[in-house]
Design a binder for this molecule. Structure first.
Ligand code: VOV
Length: 250
């Protein structure tokens, strides 16, 4: 059976960090403030690149115990993702964090979205979906997932028509959340440990729960989906991140 055609956009790095509590709290207040000022230049450069539409960037404070922070980077190439990773590591701020989890993937759209005869490079709507800005929404939810491959629930043995039917219903559920939840699906077969990264954005985190719960009852998730760890957090600008870090500092 041929693999479905996919449209692949920017490469994505989800970089989850924990704050090194002892080292951070051991800093005097002036030095801690200077470390945060130093991070501003890094964040400003990311925001400039995002405004120029050569990259996407978002910073988040993560709820719960799996991580403290998440930085989302999107770039046209893996080399550029590696470059931004190195630039982050070069900041003084990075010295006060450890990596809790990371995920590498590439923004993916179903190939059938490209209508025959349409030049993908010239289609503005498609380009925006393949190179998406991080939505200006207050909350993020990230998790990796697979499609199950256990007989009789083997997604990869379904014929194309059946997969399409499942995805149509899936899409119908998703569209009920238009304006409430924005999804960026990135493919990671061959790039990371799961098959997709699911990144959802919303202004109210309860919409994550409602959407995901509703999808659980849909066959494409109920029968065929397996999930990795879930992370949820709030989007922060440099000022809010500084405030959070300084509260943490005590
Ligand atoms: C915010 C809502 C939302 C909407 C509107 C939406 C729509 C759509 C459409 C129309 C399509 C098919 C075309 C394409 O673009 O591929 C997809 C595709 C996909 N989705 Fe989705 N999805 C959403 C949301 C959404 C969620 C919450 C999840 C996680 C599942 C869950 O149970 O936790 C998910 C997963 C996926 C995946 C893994 C794929 C690729 C499947 C494959 O085998 O290729 N997705 N999705």
């Amino acid at each position: 059976m041929p693999a479905p055609h996919t449209l692949d956009g920017w490469y994505v790095l989800h970089d989850f960090r924990t704050v090194k509590r002892e080292a951070w709290k051991a800093l005097d207040g002036h030095t801690a403030a200077a470390v945060m000022r130093d991070l501003r230049a890094f964040i400003e450069a990311e925001l400039d690149a995002a405004r120029a539409r050569t990259a996407s960037f978002g910073a988040f404070v993560i709820a719960g115990g799996k991580a403290d922070l998440l930085f989302v980077y999107m770039r046209p190439t893996l080399e550029e993702l590696n470059d931004v990773k190195a630039r982050f590591e070069s900041t003084r701020f990075a010295d006060f964090t450890d990596r809790a989890y990371s995920y590498v993937s590439v923004v993916e759209l179903g190939g059938y979205l490209a209508k025959p005869g349409v030049d993908i490079e010239q289609d503005e709507a498609l380009q925006l979906r393949l190179k998406p800005p991080v939505p200006n929404m207050r909350y993020v939810c990230f998790y990796p997932m697979n499609k199950r491959r256990v007989h009789p629930d083997n997604w990869y043995m379904l014929d194309e028509e059946e997969r399409r039917k499942h995805l149509i219903v899936h899409g119908q559920i998703g569209r009920q959340y238009a304006g409430k939840v924005k999804q960026i699906i990135s493919g990671s077969v061959g790039l990371d440990d799961w098959e997709w990264g699911v990144t959802l954005y919303a202004d109210d985190p309860i919409h994550f729960k409602k959407l995901i719960y509703e999808m659980r009852f849909d066959e494409s998730s109920a029968r065929f989906a397996e999930f990795g760890p879930f992370y949820v957090g709030q989007q922060v600008d440099h000022e809010a991140l500084t405030q959070w870090m300084m509260t943490f500092h005590g």
